[in-house]
Design a protein around this ligand. Structure first.
Ligand SMILES: CC(C)(COP(=O)(O)OP(=O)(O)OC[C@H]1O[C@@H](n2cnc3c(N)ncnc32)[C@H](O)[C@@H]1OP(=O)(O)O)[C@@H](O)C(=O)NCCC(=O)NCCS
Length: 141
C-alpha cells in the first residue's frame, strides 16, 4: 500500500455500529468471527464494505471482555482496528480484559499502544498450534 493511500484512508470518515442482518450473515462466513456471533459486535466499514469487527461481552456491569478484534486482510494497516478499539472503549466504563497469542506481535502492539497492561499468562491456552495466551487489562474509567 502506498503511503498516500494509508494517509488519506486514515482521514476518511468511519463510524462504528452493530452489524445488520446481512452483515451478520457475512460475519458468519468468517471462521474467526463465526463462533462469536451470539456476543455483542461492533463493525467498521470502509466505503460500503465491512472492514473491521470487534466482538465483546459484558461479564458484569463494570467488567468486559474483548473476544476478537479483526480487520479483513485487504484493509489492514489503515488504522481501522485502532479506531474501532477506541470507539468501543469510549462506550463502556470499567475494566476490559482480553487474551492474545504470545506470538501475535501485531495485536499486542496495537493493544499495548492503546494502554492495555499485561497482567498474566495462561499456559498453552491456545491449540493448533499450542501457545500461551497473554492476558491484558485496560481500565476505561
Ligand atoms: C491485529 C489486527 C486486528 C490489526 O488490525 P489493523 O486494522 O491492521 O490495525 P491498525 O492499522 O489499526 O494498526 C494499529 C497498530 O497495530 C500495530 N500493528 C498492526 N498490524 C501490524 C503488523 N502487521 N505488524 C506490526 N504491528 C502491527 C501497529 O502498532 C499499528 O500502529 P501503526 O500503524 O501506527 O504502527 C489485524 O492484523 C488482524 O485482523 N489480525 C488477525 C486477527 C487477530 O490477530 N486479532 C487479534 C486477536 S486478540
Amino acid at each position: 500500500m502506498s503511503l498516500t493511500r494509508k494517509a488519506s484512508s486514515r482521514k476518511s470518515k468511519t463510524c462504528s455500529r452493530e452489524p445488520s442482518a446481512a452483515e451478520l450473515e457475512q460475519l458468519a462466513k468468517i471462521p474467526s468471527a463465526a463462533p462469536f456471533l451470539n456476543n455483542r459486535i461492533l463493525i467498521l466499514q470502509r466505503g460500503q464494505e465491512l472492514a473491521s469487527f470487534l466482538v465483546w461481552r459484558s461479564v458484569s456491569p463494570d467488567e468486559f471482555e474483548i473476544l476478537q478484534v479483526e480487520t479483513l486482510s485487504q484493509f489492514r494497516r489503515e488504522g481501522l482496528a485502532r479506531k474501532l478499539l477506541r470507539l468501543f472503549l469510549l462506550q463502556i466504563r470499567g475494566n476490559v480484559f482480553l487474551e492474545v497469542r504470545e506470538s501475535n506481535a501485531a495485536a499486542r502492539k496495537l493493544y499495548e499502544s492503546e494502554g492495555f497492561m499485561e497482567i498474566g499468562r495462561r499456559g498453552q491456552y491456545y491449540t493448533d498450534p499450542s501457545e500461551d495466551a497473554i492476558v491484558l487489562k485496560f481500565c476505561s474509567c
